[in-house]
Design a protein around this ligand. Structure first.
Ligand SMILES: C[S@@+](CC[C@H](N)C(=O)[O-])C[C@H]1O[C@@H](n2cnc3c(N)ncnc32)[C@H](O)[C@@H]1O
Length: 230
């Protein structure tokens, strides 16, 4: 099962923590952009964090916001228990669900104001991403939004080409030892399916989102943050 392979990698949370700590995935820039949108939300809101990981970056941007209810979904029990710790300071409603977010979204009936994905949507193949957008759209109220931070490719790049371009950058990640770097490479080459900005715009439009904006891209154009309004 593809999601099972992803879980095995993220159960070794220490490697991912090092990658984030060195800002190799541009968390600082991405979450600064996400934080600006969150800070502008004037009404109390519920937040569904799909592929929440340890929620360390989301906890930071949600701090001092109008957050009313937080819900995390993750396939890794290791990551989810860290998320519970990192959200311990939030005294509003919260829920931590151990499971596959795609399945959860397909089965879910309760609406939520913000659906967020941080580096988890790209593990779905393209057709499932399209289904995800439609299901997510159906769960959002009239003033809801879908925000996602994901790896991207150019419109002409194949999967093989973008993964090769990513590796040209990642092979210089000196904070990781050779064994850790190999595990990251195996994970990305085995489980990542980046889409182009144009591809994401088209999927969002087909699902009925009114407008999509890019909030952030890194200098290597390997990652972007999107904000889709209902
Ligand atoms: C790269 S980490 C991102 C963590 C955090 N959102 C961030 O921005 O740093 C991806 C997380 O998504 C989770 N994940 C990936 N695919 C998933 C799926 N189908 N269902 C639930 N969680 C999933 C992984 O277990 C992992 O914790």
């Amino acid at each position: 099962m593809p999601a099972e392979k992803v879980r095995e990698f993220f159960d070794q949370w220490e490697i991912y923590r090092k990658v984030v700590g060195a800002d190799y995935l541009n968390h600082r820039g991405a979450y600064a952009a996400i934080g600006e949108v969150i800070a502008r939300m004037a009404q109390p809101f519920s937040f569904l964090d799909l592929g929440a990981g340890d929620a360390s970056a989301t906890a930071t941007v949600l701090h001092d916001s109008k957050l009313q209810h937080y819900e995390a979904v993750d396939i890794s029990a290791v990551a989810l228990s860290l998320a519970e710790k990192n959200m311990a300071g939030f005294s509003g409603g919260k829920k931590f669900i151990h499971g596959d977010f795609f399945q959860q979204v397909k089965e879910r009936r309760e609406s939520c104001d913000v659906i967020f994905l941080g580096l988890s949507l790209h593990h779905l193949p393209e057709a499932d991403k399209g289904t995800f957008f439609s299901k997510a759209r159906a769960l959002l109220p009239a003033d809801g939004r879908l925000i996602f931070y994901e790896p991207i490719r150019t419109v002409t790049e194949s999967r093989e080409e973008i993964l090769a371009r990513w590796w040209e950058v990642a092979r210089h990640w000196t904070e990781l030892n050779a064994a850790e770097l190999q595990k990251v490479k195996d994970h990305v080459f085995g489980s990542d399916y980046p889409e182009s900005v144009e591809g994401y715009f088209a999927m969002a439009e087909r699902a009925g989102f009114r407008g999509t904006r890019v909030l952030f891209t890194d200098p290597d154009r390997l990652y972007a943050v999107f904000d889709c309004a209902v």
